[in-house]
Design a protein around this ligand. Structure first.
Ligand code: HEC
Length: 293
């Protein structure tokens, strides 16, 4: 499946050494995947990313990365498909639907803001007037305040059930974030891109270290997924969490893993990161909610 390339098991102390000895192929690919031109060009980034992973995974279509590591880890894929027979996220969808249809303070409900809930491909987007990235979670709280209700805590059970229902209703839509066109949108995009490529923590790792340079390799028991598709399937029921959790919760997990301080869910940092990652995943299907280890 990997064209005869070797994929070795990496142990924690060996990671730093491994990064130092990465082949020039990886480094060139990394540079190609992130062009640091004076004038940022998101569409070139997106195409470079797709080209990079196509070279890294010649047998895998870029769209297949919607399944994360299950796109290339065959053993894990089988177990995962078995779990999908009785998906543990199903209860969250049902509870989310109930919440979605329950009255808000003024008697209306979420369908007033989101119709039948098939709206996930409208997020995130850059709101020029507000000057910030609007995620689905932000829009849910805006909807609540428009209808006289208190905001929900981000990352709490209620908002995650609502996003599970909305993700389910939106299955099969294609990720289609508009190309950042104005100064504010470009700044937010570049901020997310910089965040993704910045080294942090005791391990001094960037997101790119694991998910670009080492994508497809093993880190202890787990393969490392490609950046393409990292945003397509949220919220995810993680066996580790025994619950559905948000993309931003996953961001926090990866940041803690390298020994750095995470940001709160829906912080500007994470929203810009989500904006960047979703833009470069344009063209992939939305397939949430999902199951992950
Ligand atoms: C030390 C390596 C490492 C670093 C650095 C790292 N991650 Fe991860 N990440 C993992 C592992 C291991 C997993 C679980 C396997 C997988 O899905 O890739 C994971 C999973 C993810 C997932 C879920 C993928 C899916 O299919 O559900 C996202 C999203 C993610 N990481 C984002 C990030 C972001 C953003 C950063 C930078 C802030 C980052 N990661 C940094 C190791 C890392």
């Amino acid at each position: 499946m990997f064209n005869g390339k070797e994929f070795t098991m990496i142990r924690r102390p060996a990671i730093a050494a491994m990064l130092l000895t990465l082949s020039s192929y990886s480094l060139l690919g990394y540079m190609a995947a992130f062009s640091h031109k004076a004038v940022a060009d998101p569409e070139s980034d997106r195409q470079a990313m797709r080209a990079f992973y196509q070279k890294r995974f010649p047998d895998i279509a870029p769209e297949a990365h919607k399944d994360g590591v299950y796109a290339f880890d065959e053993n894990a894929r089988e177990q995962w498909l078995e779990l999908e027979d009785f998906p543990p996220y199903e209860i969250a969808i049902d509870e989310g639907q109930e919440l979605f249809e329950s009255p808000l303070a003024d008697g209306s409900n979420y369908s007033d803001c989101f119709g039948d809930g098939a709206v996930k491909n409208q997020f995130p987007y850059f709101d020029e007037q507000k000057g910030e990235v609007i995620t689905l979670e932000l829009a849910i709280n805006t909807c609540r305040s428009q209808h006289g209700d208190q905001p929900l805590p981000y990352d709490g059970a209620e908002i995650t059930r609502l996003t599970a229902y909305i993700a389910f209703q939106s299955r099969g839509q294609t990720i289609a974030v508009a190309e950042p066109a104005n100064e504010g949108a470009l700044a937010a995009y570049n901020d997310g891109k910089r965040f993704y490529a910045s080294r942090r923590g005791q391990l001094n790792f960037a997101c790119t270290s694991c998910h670009v340079q080492l994508a497809g390799n093993r880190l202890r028991a787990e393969h490392l997924s490609a950046s393409l598709g990292q945003v397509s399937h949220w919220p995810a029921y993680r066996l580790k969490w025994q619950d559905v959790g948000s993309l931003h919760r996953r961001f926090a997990r990866c940041i803690k893993q390298v020994g750095a301080e995470p940001f709160p869910a829906q912080s500007k940092e994470y929203r810009n990161l989500e904006y960047f990652l979703t833009y470069i995943s344009n063209g992939l299907p939305l397939n949430g909610p999902s199951i992950r280890k």
